[in-house]
Ligand binder design. Sequence first.
Ligand SMILES: NC(=O)c1ccc[n+]([C@@H]2O[C@H](COP(=O)([O-])OP(=O)(O)OC[C@H]3O[C@@H](n4cnc5c(N)ncnc54)[C@H](OP(=O)(O)O)[C@@H]3O)[C@@H](O)[C@H]2O)c1
Length: 310
Amino acid sequence: MSDLVIDKNSRPLGASDLKVAPIAYGMWRFAGATGHQAEIDANAKVETALEAGITLFDTADVYGLDSNAPFGAAEELFGHVLKARPALRDQMVIASKGGIIPGTPYDSSAKYLREACEASLKRLQIETIDLYQVHRPDVLTHPAELADTLQTLRKEGKIREYGLSNVTAHQIAALQAHLDHPMATQQPELSALAIEPVTDGTLDLCMATDMTPLAWSPLAGGRLMLHASEAPTSQLADVITTLDTLADKHSASRTAIALAFVLAHPSKPIPIIGSQTPARIADAMSALDVTLSRQDWYAVYEAALGAPLP
Ligand SMILES: NC(=O)c1ccc[n+]([C@@H]2O[C@H](COP(=O)([O-])OP(=O)(O)OC[C@H]3O[C@@H](n4cnc5c(N)ncnc54)[C@H](OP(=O)(O)O)[C@@H]3O)[C@@H](O)[C@H]2O)c1
């Protein structure tokens, strides 16, 4: 029985020239506090991630709103970090997203997405966004229009590569049919609690057409870190108990096992971790040292399914 050895090397995003480490840092929770201290904290988080070997940084124009900060706050804060230390830019692959307008809620029309991308560039204080992602599907935009917008932004040098997030396999295929330049990434929710992309066609399509899956909320937004007795559902309690059993077996943290579960899929998903605690950001990299057996992986999968596989 062969074990699931995790590739620790940097890898390209899809068929593109962008190379990134196997774990990424996400900035959904990055903004919130304001003022000088916020910038000091932001610097520390970015520095810790880089020192740990992380190279892909994932933000979005809408990040910050959940922490009651204004639209654009997370990008703006990241922009201050980049402006203050220009040498950081060359060590990073910067990803952002657009297409959500709170209250609308989605717009991927040519006019809106272009304005959103240009506004992101301004807030980030950079010339080019390495990976621009459409945050959620706007079913009112024809894929031909979206393909044209993304390819035009790329030709203009405003973005280097593009991808989608939270879409169905059919929506991915519909866009692919209109693209001359391939999409580099998909960003679904994927964790030991959110296993749908394994069977809904998303990861299969990534493997079939060479796109890199970026797994959002790989610790289920912290729910996988609860004590089993605090878990609101028996499914979550089972997953946590299984992760802990494997953590004991592999002398690893529960975080490492949960991330290894994502990393071990053959589509080579890149978990985007979202902790705001520098020690936890650094600890996440220990997942790369975990080698799960097939039996370990399927034990987590069955716990997440809530039923044994036939
Ligand atoms: N495309 C989309 O629609 C979408 C949606 C959601 C997220 N995302 C992306 O995914 C990224 C990650 O999302 P996420 O923040 O939900 O990721 P996550 O890594 O699953 O969860 C991070 C949360 O778990 C908490 N946590 C509790 N115990 C922890 C431990 N032992 N180790 C690490 N974290 C622990 C963290 O708290 P502390 O901060 O206190 O450590 C933080 O609040 C986002 O930043 C964003 O880039 C994308």
